[in-house]
Design a protein around this ligand. Structure first.
Ligand SMILES: NC(=O)c1ccc[n+]([C@@H]2O[C@H](COP(=O)([O-])OP(=O)(O)OC[C@H]3O[C@@H](n4cnc5c(N)ncnc54)[C@H](O)[C@@H]3O)[C@@H](O)[C@H]2O)c1
Length: 323
């Protein structure tokens, strides 16, 4: 019995954003049609960080697996990344392990792809200006995906670190947009599509700064107690979540729900229901739409399956003997 072992370099060679957008869109559709099994991610808490396991089975794609991912904020001081992930894929017929691969780049790509799928269904067709709060790793893949689904001309980026903004501008230059470093979060909010990718635990986007017609990808809040948006924004928005159990526990809506500023009746739908055509996406040009993303195992497993298929086709990766 052997399994295919794929390093971060292998995964990077085998995955691009148009492909990630396509497999993640299909995964959300399966989720909307209730064709997946996906228990909410489970957390182990340590003094230094946490470890999350994220299993999923996608019936139509015919694949199952689990991502194991940590978050240890003190790691960089010891020369290690904060977040490291591995994905295991298993055969649904025999349960046999098929592949084990680095999941860090894959996580960034599938998160960007989810933002692209959300913007495709929820942002105005004529959107040309993207505002970005946070210029780190997730910001880059969000923009890569959004520029594929809309004709983006201008990007306004803001981060507490000017160095990070400059790195973002350099790395994203190939996308061909005019990337402007905004002087404030308020300035970045003057846009058609707003993307928030910061780890903050208290709102940094004020209600009055978000204009009618904006679509927001709220990406940063992915654990209990985190939030980036003034809850009053949610009160005047169409709220689309990725998954009920995860979003209510750890998404952008978790704190406003606990504080009873919004109720579960304020949730419009899941993204999967919109992709599957069960619920409507944007219905008018002046509606504010919010995609509350916590990150789903179906995104990881569908993307990893695509990487695995490409690896088998191209002969990339090492075969490891199990027994
Ligand atoms: N929804 C998902 O699926 C998903 C997936 C991965 C990561 N995340 C979350 O997204 C967030 C960002 O992850 P990342 O990998 O991009 O991290 P990162 O460290 O690469 O980037 C975060 C950036 O936010 C900036 N920042 C921090 N506070 C700020 C503030 N007050 N104003 C402006 N900028 C600020 C930092 O300087 C940094 O550049 C984290 O909270 C992470 O947990 C969510």
């Amino acid at each position: 019995m052997e399994l295919l072992y794929l390093t971060a370099d292998d995964v990077t060679k085998l995955l691009n954003m148009p492909e990630a957008l396509s497999v993640v869109e299909s995964a959300f559709k399966e989720h909307g049609m209730k064709q997946v099994q996906m228990p909410a991610k489970s957390y182990l808490y340590f003094p230094e960080g946490d470890l999350r396991t994220m299993p999923a089975y996608l019936k139509n794609a015919g694949i199952a697996g689990v991502k194991i991912v940590n978050a240890h904020p003190g790691n960089p001081a010891n020369g290690l990344p904060t977040v490291m992930a591995v994905v295991m894929l298993n055969s649904i017929e025999t349960g046999a392990p098929l592949a084990m691969m680095d999941g860090t780049y894959l996580t960034n790509m599938r998160t960007g792809a989810a933002g692209g799928v959300a913007a495709n269904h929820l942002a105005r067709r004529d959107a040309t200006v993207v505002g970005m709060i946070g210029a780190g790793r997730q910001a880059m893949t969000q923009l890569q995906a959004i520029t594929i689904i809309r004709d983006i001309k201008t990007v306004k980026i803001v981060d507490v670190s000017t160095t990070t903004c400059n790195r973002f501008r350099k790395n994203m230059a190939e996308l061909g947009c005019d990337i402007v470093i905004a002087g404030s979060i308020r300035e970045a909010c003057n846009c058609d599509i707003l993307v928030t990718t910061t780890p903050v635990r208290a709102p940094i986007v004020a209600d009055g700064w978000v204009q009618e017609g904006t679509h927001i990808n709220a990406i940063g809040a992915d654990a209990k107690g985190k939030e980036e948006l003034d809850p009053q924004i949610l009160k005047r928005s169409t709220i689309v979540i990725d998954d009920y159990a995860q979003a209510t526990h750890s998404g952008e809506i978790n704190v406003p729900l606990n504080n009873k500023i919004i109720t579960v009746d304020d949730i419009h739908s899941t993204l999967g229901e919109v992709v599957a055509g069960i619920k409507q996406g944007r219905t008018s040009d002046n509606e504010i739409t919010v995609f509350d993303s916590t990150g789903l195992a179906i995104q990881d497993i569908s993307t990893a399956n695509h990487v695995y298929q490409q690896a088998v086709k191209t002969g990339i990766g090492a075969r490891l003997k199990l027994f």
